[in-house]
Design a protein around this ligand. Structure first.
Ligand code: 6PG
Length: 254
């Protein structure tokens, strides 16, 4: 994670973090939609969704033109959309149902397909949206360039479904791929690859509580080991990576 601008914002309480996350999301939305009419947002699963709770309340909810939003998932579990493990379901119930984003602009995975089929289908969908000018494209790498990725990490430093020491960390061609042996259950998932993540305009990495303190310290402060965590392998070619932490997640930072 060298190269790009690194920004660390620390909040005292969970409510202040949710407030800050809503405020920065509004700021980025306003900034980017001065030039264009679409705002492409990528969500992870995990507790990120619950941290978006202030964005769906006044004043923030009224500061966004939700008709401009197009919503994607950085990773998804290969389960039915109504399964308790579905990241779509989590986001839908905790966030999307509370805001007027046109349903056709919410891109869930096809839950009738197996992992490989769902990954190919999702990549084809993103390609179509690139062709129609909905999703931008990186002028350097030709990978899709999403406006804002709202992500979380695991205690092992994974992001999306890109886990330590897994061969998917090496994927350089595909936009979307699949995994059948995820160490975090459930095992079968699809995920965006590093080249897609690295093409993003903004990433907000939201971490709260003590579970990921070591991963946060290693990623934010760096270390001399060659054993990079997945989150340390993010290298935004032309973007901004913002850590949004509560004071517990930041408690081991110098
Ligand atoms: O499907 C998933 O498991 C998530 O999308 C995953 O990428 C998540 O963002 C991190 O694992 C952090 O999860 P927690 O917030 O639960 O720690």
């Amino acid at each position: 994670m060298a190269g790009e601008k690194k920004d660390v914002r620390i909040f005292e309480t969970d409510d202040e973090l949710a407030d800050g996350l809503a405020k920065y999301t509004v700021e980025i939305f306003r900034k980017l939609t001065q030039q264009k009419s679409n705002f492409t947002v990528v969500l992870s699963g995990g507790y990120l969704i619950q941290k978006l709770r202030k964005l769906v309340e006044p004043p923030y909810v009224d500061e966004i033109d939700w008709s401009k939003w197009h919503v994607f998932w950085v990773d998804e579990r290969v389960v039915m959309k109504d399964d308790p493990d579905s990241n779509y379901r989590l986001a839908n119930e905790g966030f999307l149902l509370k805001v007027p984003i046109p349903p056709a602009q919410i891109y869930a995975i096809n839950d009738n397909l197996d992992a490989e089929g769902a990954a190919d289908d999702y990549e084809a969908k993103v390609k179509e949206l690139v062709e129609h000018g909905v999703v931008d494209v990186s002028p350097h790498t030709k990978f899709p360039r999403f406006d804002l990725m709202l992500l979380g990490i695991g205690h092992d430093g994974h992001l999306a479904s890109l886990f330590p020491n897994h061969q998917l960390l090496q994927e350089k061609e595909k936009w979307v791929t699949f995994i059948k042996d995820s160490p975090k259950p459930p095992p079968v998932r699809i995920t965006f690859t590093f080249p897609v993540i690295n093409a993003s305009a903004y990433i907000f990495m939201v971490v709260a509580g003590t579970a990921e303190v070591d991963a946060v310290k290693k990623a934010v402060e760096g270390d001399s080991s060659n054993d990079l965590l997945p989150v340390q392998r993010v290298y935004l070619e032309d973007g901004e990576f913002v850590w949004i932490l509560d004071k517990l997640a930041a408690s081991r930072l110098n």
